[in-house]
Design a protein around this ligand. Structure first.
Ligand code: SF4
Ligand code: SF4
Ligand code: SF4
Length: 545
């Protein structure tokens, strides 16, 4: 039976999902605010599972559909929906083009069950114990997100802005320039190293990541053993040409026994397109397929040694291809490292006297609506979709700000930006429910933390000059100016009105330590809604610097 059409469908669907998720993570034309986002995010396994565990809503039950799909057709999630799977397929294809002769690509690999089920147990155990650390580090969706959001988005922003400038130079005013705030370099190292490792692994060993490290692959592999449709090698039609095994990127076809290890088969259908007799096919799996088939020895006439010779030749070429890929990856990493970190390109200090008092921050500031830090750490898988979507660039990946359990999870970095009063995007886009969606009116009274004023760092005090940047930017007028000396005014904070958006801290020009800073709340609170009435004292607008 010739079922090559199945592979064509698989390729088209996988490219659609890859394109949609990539566009989401580079925040192309605010695509996250369109129904396209739902199409791309709904069936993503780990985010959907986490969101469902909070809401029990059908709108978050995509993972149930994936489980049902797996019980029917095997791991089609891995070959179509998972963007990291498709990324590996592209690497495999490119490596294949570089490799000559192109006949031998893969061979049967022994299952590494202790590793893959051990990691699955670790991820589940840590999650049940209240930590998403293992999920964050191994979840394919989140890893793809960090690659696309942290590494690809800067390139997209450069191309987008370059295109805009080109149009402007010919008098056409097109897209608004995008702003990208570079995260700490250390936070970029993880996705960069992961990408390099993934490229090396998939170029040489196919979908080994999916069958050893990925907890979703391991879980779906357990179910796909019982799938109703499976790849089937008919004993009589097979002439042991070995083409299926050579082209199996999961390394799961064992020719000696003419068996397919369904727990590792990623349903790519490559084997069906290369089978010389079109014997191998995708078929309803009766009990006969669950029985161990009798091992069949290779016939004497089979040129098994020639296969080994071709494999050895291919492996020596693999080394060259691998080195080339590693060189390319290292070059990309150096290029990224040379990009300026925007938060380091801060406003020049306006104070003549350097400030001395260090800001005594005790808690990081979690995204608006996250409720409390423990809950947030338990649900966020650090996919960085919110980081890409934040129009104010204030959401940045953290390192150990939340401790190990919150590694790479986003926090509000007021050196990079501040949380816009009229914005609630992160909650609308977060696929795991770590940042619940809040109506704008509700989000505007969530208190993420409270501003603290350090008079001894304030320019008004140190330089005896006018300022008031914090008051100017504060959207609720929680920071306002009160009379000081010689006609000058100095800030005062009214905590009940403060929402902890960080606009004051971001605007404050005092260096090296700012004169106003926001300390996060471990449990977010409610602020009072500001009155529409003008406040009692309004300073003169305009800054002396
Ligand atoms: S609500 Fe604040 S943190 Fe969230 S996306 Fe908007 S500006 Fe960024
Ligand atoms: S909070 Fe941000 S990084 Fe965490 S899961 Fe949600 S979108 Fe992803
Ligand atoms: S921004 Fe506010 S706190 Fe900072 S120096 Fe100016 S007045 Fe002082």
């Amino acid at each position: 039976m010739n079922q090559a059409w199945l592979k064509k469908i698989r390729v088209v669907v996988s490219l659609v999902f890859l394109a949609l998720t990539t566009l989401l993570f580079v925040d192309f034309d605010r695509i996250g605010e369109t129904p396209t986002a739902t199409v791309a995010l709904y069936p993503q396994f780990v985010p959907s599972l986490l969101k469902f565990s909070q809401t029990f809503a059908w709108g978050a039950a995509g993972f149930l559909a994936v489980l049902a799909l797996t019980l029917l057709f095997g791991r089609v999630y891995c070959s179509t929906i998972c963007p990291l799977g498709t990324l590996q397929d592209i690497v495999i294809r490119v490596a294949d083009q570089l490799r000559k002769p192109r006949k031998v690509k893969f061979r049967y690999q022994r299952p590494r069950n202790v590793l893959r089920y051990g990691l699955l147990a670790l991820a589940v155990g840590l999650f049940l114990g209240g930590s998403t650390l293992a999920l964050s580090l191994l979840d394919p969706f989140s890893n793809f997100g960090r690659i696309a959001g942290d590494l690809l988005r800067p390139l997209y922003v450069v191309v987008h802005n370059g295109f805009g400038q080109l149009l402007e130079s010919v008098g056409v005013y097109g897209p608004f320039p995008l702003h990208w705030k570079a995260p700490p370099l250390a936070a970029l190292i993880f996705p960069a190293l992961f990408l390099l490792g993934l490229i090396g692994l998939s170029a040489t060993r196919g979908r080994l990541f999916c069958n050893t490290l990925c907890p979703v692959g391991a879980l779906l592999g357990l179910l796909s053993r019982f799938a109703l449709f499976k790849i089937r090698i008919p004993q009589d039609a097979c002439v042991l040409c070995a083409q299926c095994s050579i082209h199996c990127k999961a390394g799961c076809i064992r020719l000696k026994t003419k068996e397919v290890d369904f727990s590792r088969c990623v349903a790519c259908f490559n084997c069906m397109t290369v089978c010389e007799t079109h014997g191998i096919g995708y078929a309803w799996s009766g009990p006969v397929l669950l029985r161990r088939s009798t091992p069949v020895a290779l016939p004497q006439s089979q040129p098994s040694n020639s296969l080994d010779v071709v494999r050895r030749a291919a492996l020596s070429r693999e080394g060259k291809a691998r080195r080339a890929l590693l060189r390319a990856g290292a070059t990309a990493l150096v290029g990224l490292a040379s990009l300026p970190r925007s938060s380091s390109v801060e406003a020049k200090p306006s104070n003549h006297v350097p400030t001395r008092l260090v800001n005594a921050k005790t808690w990081p500031v979690a995204p608006p609506g996250a409720r409390d830090i423990v809950r947030f750490n338990d649900l966020c898988t650090a996919c960085h979709l919110c980081v890409s979507a934040c129009p104010y660039g204030v959401l940045q990946p953290s390192l150990l700000d939340y401790g190990w359990s919150g590694l790479l999870q986003p926090h509000l970095d007021f050196a990079s930006g501040y949380c816009g009063y009229e914005c609630n995007r992160c909650g609308q886009i977060c696929p795991t429910g770590a940042i619940p969606p809040l109506a704008l009116v509700a989000k505007q009274t969530v208190q993420l933390g409270v501003a603290h004023f350090v008079r001894d760092n304030c320019i008004v005090h140190t330089d005896h000059t006018a300022c008031g940047a914090c008051d100017e930017y504060c959207p609720t007028k929680a920071v306002h100016m009160i009379p000081y000396q010689d006609g000058l005014t100095i800030p005062e904070v009214r905590p009940v009105l403060c929402v902890g958006c960080g606009a004051c801290e971001n605007a404050c020009p005092a260096r090296p330590h700012r004169a106003i800073y926001v300390d996060g709340h471990p449990v977010q609170r409610q602020a009072l809604r500001p009155s529409a009435k003008p406040l009692e004292y309004q300073p003169d607008r305009g800054f002396p610097f």
